[in-house]
Design a protein around this ligand. Structure first.
Ligand code: MF3
Ligand code: CO
Length: 294
């Protein structure tokens, strides 16, 4: 059997950079991971385990991400264009000494994703797109600070939103809260994803299958890929030090989606019904998880 993480000399310095000997640092931790792998589990490679230094950097980045979303939250209103949201994100990020991660990412033209109503994700800000009374909008912010990445998104209800759409927004937030509770070390991402899916289905909704969450911290998108329609006991083992997003896209109607042919980015629901998404970035700890960005 070929293992994800090769054995190392017990007296060599630990791979985590603590300066301690391996046998006094991560040896037992690695053995535990290996025992799960021997039983057939998908396990994280060492590069997905954040060191204390990495965690400090990711937290500083996440703080800025939260600040940017707080600024959007303070200013978003009926009649505002999504371009103005982009401007707020750019300005607040830059004045914090950081970089908006979406800008020029694989050719994405703006600093933030703004996805309204039946837009599922990756909506592109535009001066022509004006927020109307009753809209629901996801604002997805990602930050690079000193080389560290953070990522989170929130929903905003513009003016008087229908009770149906308000419920979709609220239940989607509950899905994320349930996901957070199910981030338990030495259990599986599939356990968490399943709990998220259950809550959406119990409320009559569906969850997008093709797009999910991701590891985040040293890069914008790292392993693991995170599904919210998964089965218990499947997907990657969660271990302390892993950092990833919980960001289910919950549809009022069917889970079918399609991509905008003209801009190559924006994803829409096939049936034109609304979709909601909240996103948090979590760090797996010894007991559960810490929410770094929200
Ligand atoms: N922020 C999105 C996510 O949660 C990624 C957007 S990529 C972009 O993964 F280029 F559209 F910004
Ligand atoms: Co994300």
């Amino acid at each position: 059997m070929k293992f994800t993480n090769p054995k190392i000399d017990r007296n060599a310095p630990c791979w985590c950079g603590s300066g301690k000997k391996y046998k006094h640092c991560h040896e037992a931790f690695d053995e535990k991971i290996r025992s799960f792998e021997m039983k057939g589990a998908v396990v994280p490679s060492r590069k997905l385990i954040k060191t204390p230094l990495d965690i400090e950097g990711i937290k500083a980045s996440a703080k800025i991400n939260i600040k940017v979303l707080d600024a959007v939250s303070d200013q978003i209103k009926v009649g505002m264009s999504t371009e103005e949201i982009d401007q707020i994100v750019y300005d607040v990020t830059k004045s914090a000494g950081a970089i908006p991660a979406p800008l020029h990412y694989e050719g994405f033209p703006k600093s933030v994703c703004t996805s309204i109503n039946e837009e599922v994700c990756h909506g592109i800000p535009s001066p022509d797109r004006i927020l109307k009374d009753g809209d629901i909008i996801n604002v997805d912010v990602s930050t690079i600070y000193k080389g560290y990445f953070s990522d989170s998104s929130r929903m905003f209800c513009i003016g008087n939103v229908s009770p149906e759409n308000k419920k979709l927004v609220d239940v989607t937030k509950e899905c994320v809260e349930i996901g957070i509770k199910h981030v338990i070390p030495w259990t599986f991402l599939g356990d968490m994803g399943h709990a998220v899916h259950q809550h959406a289905v119990e409320n009559g909704y569906s969850v997008v299958r093709q797009i999910g969450g991701h590891g985040c911290g040293l890069e914008f998108h790292e392993d693991p890929w995170v599904s919210y329609v998964s089965e218990p006991g499947t997907e990657m083992l969660m271990v302390p030090g892993m950092c990833f997003t919980i960001e289910p896209m919950v549809n009022m109607g069917s889970d079918d989606i399609y991509e905008d042919e003209d801009n190559g980015w924006t994803i829409y629901t096939e049936d034109g019904k609304p979709s909601a998404q909240w996103e948090v970035q979590v760090l797996v700890t010894d007991k559960g998880c810490e929410v770094l960005a929200y």
